[in-house]
Design a protein around this ligand. Structure first.
Ligand SMILES: [Zn+2]
Ligand SMILES: [Zn+2]
Length: 606
C-alpha cells in the first residue's frame, strides 16, 4: 500500500517555518499500463490545487505529461519533488473503498493498477454540474417477492433464478432512489440495457442515466458524473459501468450474470459480477444476481435462491435424431410437421441455430470428434487446435469426414423455405411468421414455437463449464417460446440422455448447476478451483521455461501449447492467491522485454 500520511491541509495550521520545510504532496499512479508504476510516484501539490484520493490529474513523467490518479494524500518532508501540473475536472474517479476493490482486481486479474483505475474513470474530463437535485418521486410499489421486498442497505447478495421483470426492477430501483440511494443495473448487451433504460426513464425521468460503449463520450461522461455525484441516480449500462464510482450506493443488479457479455475479453479480463460482489461488500450495498440459469459462481456466493414466477421456461419436447439415416436433412420429419402445422395455425415460430465450427462430428456415425491427447474438440484439421497433437479418423467408426455442429442461418432458412414457402421465413425483425436466428437475436424474440435445430453444438462444447453454459443458452432459446397453452419448444439432439436435456425437461436449473459445480470442483475447476491462462508472443529464447520454473510447486502448470505464433499456459490450483504475484513478476519482465502477453483470470472458454 502506498504511503498515506494524514494531517496535510486538513490538519492544524502550519507555521511559516514548517510550511517552508513540508510540502503537501500526493502519490499519483500515472496512466501507463505497466506493473512498474503500480506504486505510483510522489508529486508536490502547488498552491491553488486541492486534490483528494481519486482525483484525476496531469503530471510530468519522463519528459511527458500524462494523466494520472491520486491514490494517497499526505504531508511528507521531502523537497525537490516535481509538481502536479493540473487537475482534470473536479470529480474523483474513486474513493478509498473503491480504490481497495480496484487494487484487489489488479491482483486478481494480474493487471497493472492503472488499467483498473482507467475503468473507473469517464472518457472525458468530469465536471460537476449544478447540483439541482432530482424531483421527488411519487409512491413506489413494493416488489411482490419477499426476498426482494426486504432489500435495503447493507451488503446482502440475492441470487434470482429467472428473468427480473421490468416492473420488479422499477420497484427495486425506485425504492432506492426514494431513499436517496444510487442504483446500478448492468445488462449483458447494449440492446437490453437500452430497453431497461427507456422503461425506467419513462417512470423516473432524468435520474435514470445510461453508460456503455455504444454511447458517445460526452453522454457517458454526463451519466458518470450524475452517478458519482447525485445520490438517488439510477445508472443503467453494459459491463463498463460496473467499475463506476457511485454516490451513496444502495443496490446493484446484474441481469444475465452468466452471459458472456459480463466479462471483458481484453486485459484486464474483469467479470462485472465478481467485481460488483467485491464492491458490494466493501461499499456496503445490496447485490441482486439474476439469470435464467444461475452460475455456479453466483450460487457459491449466496446460500438461498429466489425464484420469480414458477418456471423460467415452458414445455420442451426432445426430437431424437440418433435413428436418422446418414445424410438426413436438417429437420427431422416430426419437426418439419410441427413447423408446417404452426405456420398453418398462424403461430410465430423461432428457428434457433448455433453453429460451432470448433466442434466437429463424424458425418457417418455422428460421434463428436475429440482429441486423444487432451480431450478437447480438436477442430476439423489434422492437428488439435488446442494442444497440437495429430488427429486421425473417427474413434467410433473410422470415418474420415467431419462436419461442424449446427447449421448456418442461410442453410436453415432455405430448409424452412422448402417446407413452408420462402415468403414465410426471414431474419429476426423481418416480421415474417418464421424467424431464423442465433443467440444474438434472443433478447428480441417472442414466439409460440421455438425449434432448436441442433442442441449438440452447445452440449458437446469442450469447455469445463459447457454443461452450465449449454443449459443457459438452450433455456434462453426455449424461453423465447414463452409460457402458456399451445406454446412449446422442440429440441433436436443426437444425445437425448444428456443431463442438460434432463434439466431442461425438469425446469430445475439450480439443482443441476449445484451438481455440476461439485463435479467441476472435484476436477479443480472454478468456482471450486482457480485458473489463469497466460498467452505470450515474441518471447526471447529460453524465457518459455521461466513460468513453470517460478510457479514451481504452488500450482499445476500445463503447457506451453503453441498456437498462431504464441505460447499458451494454463495454471491451475485450488487457490492461486500467492501464485498470482509470481505470475505478475514473470509477465512484467516479459512485457518489459517487448513480448506481447495476455492474462485471463477465471477464463470462461476453456
Ligand atoms: Zn488436443
Ligand atoms: Zn464415425
Amino acid at each position: 500500500m502506498a504511503d498515506d500520511v494524514q494531517g496535510g491541509r486538513g490538519g492544524a495550521p502550519l507555521g511559516p517555518y514548517r510550511r517552508a520545510q513540508v510540502a503537501l504532496n500526493v502519490r499519483v499512479v500515472p496512466d501507463v499500463p505497466s506493473f512498474a508504476v503500480d506504486d505510483g510516484f510522489a508529486y508536490a501539490v502547488p498552491e491553488g490545487l486541492d486534490p483528494t484520493v481519486g482525483s484525476i490529474v496531469r503530471v510530468p513523467l519522463g519528459g511527458r505529461r500524462v494523466r494520472g490518479w491520486v491514490v494517497a494524500t499526505g504531508a511528507e518532508a521531502r523537497m525537490g519533488l516535481r509538481e502536479v501540473l493540473s487537475m482534470s475536472g473536479d470529480v474523483p474517479a474513486f474513493d478509498r473503498a473503491l480504490l481497495g476493490v480496484l487494487r484487489w482486481a489488479a491482483a486478481r486479474y494480474v493487471a497493472p493498477l492503472a488499467t483498473l483505475l482507467a475503468k473507473a474513470s469517464p472518457p472525458n474530463i468530469p465536471r460537476r454540474g449544478k447540483a439541482a437535485g432530482y424531483a421527488p418521486l411519487g409512491s413506489i410499489e413494493s416488489p411482490e417477492q419477499p426476498a426482494l421486498r426486504d432489500l435495503g442497505t447493507g451488503s446482502r447478495t440475492i441470487v434470482v433464478a429467472g428473468r427480473v421483470p421490468l416492473a420488479v426492477l422499477a420497484a427495486l430501483t425506485g425504492r432506492q432512489a426514494a431513499a436517496g440511494r444510487t442504483s446500478l443495473i448492468v445488462a449483458a448487451t447494449a440492446a437490453e440495457a437500452d430497453a431497461v433504460e427507456s422503461e425506467l426513464r419513462g417512470r423516473f425521468g432524468e435520474r435514470v442515466v445510461s453508460g456503455g460503449s455504444h454511447r458517445s463520450g460526452a453522454e457517458v461522461t454526463r451519466s458518470w458524473v450524475a452517478g458519482a455525484t447525485e445520490a438517488g441516480t439510477i445508472v443503467v449500462g453494459t459491463r463498463e459501468v460496473a467499475a463506476w464510482p457511485l454516490a451513496a450506493p444502495g443496490l446493484a443488479v446484474v441481469l444475465g450474470e452468466g452471459r458472456r457479455g459480463m466479462k471483458d475479453k481484453a486485459t484486464p479480463t474483469v467479470h462485472a459480477r465478481d467485481l460488483l460482489a467485491k464492491r458490494a461488500a466493501a461499499e456496503r450495498f445490496s447485490l441482486v444476481l439474476s439469470d435464467v440459469v444461475p452460475t455456479a459462481e453466483a450460487l457459491a456466493r449466496a446460500g438461498s435462491v429466489s425464484a420469480i414466477g414458477s418456471r423460467g421456461w415452458g414445455l420442451v419436447e426432445v426430437v431424437d435424431r440418433r435413428a436418422d439415416p446418414p445424410g438426413a436433412g436438417l429437420l427431422a420429419d416430426v419437426t418439419a410437421g410441427a413447423l408446417r402445422a404452426a405456420v398453418a395455425d398462424g403461430r410465430r415460430v423461432f428457428m434457433f441455430t448455433d453453429r460451432r465450427t470448433t466442434t466437429m462430428r463424424c458425418t457417418s456415425c455422428r460421434t463428436i470428434r475429440r482429441c486423444e491427447n487432451c480431450g478437447a474438440a480438436p477442430g476439423g484439421g489434422g492437428e488439435c487446435r488446442r494442444c497440437g497433437a495429430p488427429t486421425g479418423a473417427c474413434a467410433q467408426c473410422g470415418g474420415r469426414r467431419f462436419e461442424a455442429l449446427g447449421a448456418g442461418m442461410s442453410r436453415v432458412a432455405s430448409e424452412v423455405a422448402r417446407i413452408v414457402g420462402a415468403d414465410k421465413v426471414g431474419e429476426a425483425g423481418s416480421g415474417r411468421p418464421v424467424l431464423v436466428g442465433t443467440e444474438r437475436d434472443l433478447p428480441m424474440i417472442a414466439a409460440d414455437l421455438t425449434i432448436v435445430v441442433d442442441a449438440d453444438g452447445p452440449l458437446m462444447a469442450p469447455t469445463y463449464r459447457a454443461a452450465e453454459d449449454a443449459l443457459r443458452l438452450l433455456a434462453r432459446a426455449v424461453a423465447a417460446a414463452g409460457l402458456g397453452r399451445g406454446r412449446r419448444a422442440l429440441l433436436q439432439t443426437s444425445d437425448p440422455g444428456h443431463p442438460v436435456i434432463g434439466a431442461l425437461l425438469k425446469g430445475d436449473p439450480v439443482a443441476f448447476v449445484r451438481e455440476d459445480s461439485a463435479r467441476r470442483a472435484a476436477l479443480g475447476f472454478p468456482p471450486g478451483g482457480e485458473i489463469l491462462v497466460v498467452e505470450a508472443g515474441g518471447l526471447p529464447p529460453g524465457a518459455d521455461r521461466e513460468l513453470a520454473h517460478e510457479v514451481g510447486t504452488r500450482a499445476a502448470v500445463l503447457g506451453p501449447a503453441e498456437s498462431g505464433g504464441s505460447l499458451r499456459w494454463l495454471i491451475q490450483a485450488r487457490d492461486l492467491a500467492s501464485t498470482r504475484a509470481v505470475v505478475r513478476g514473470v509477465v512484467g519482465r516479459w512485457r518489459e522485454g517487448g513480448a506481447r502477453v495476455r492474462v485471463d483470470a477465471d477464463p470462461i472458454d476453456l
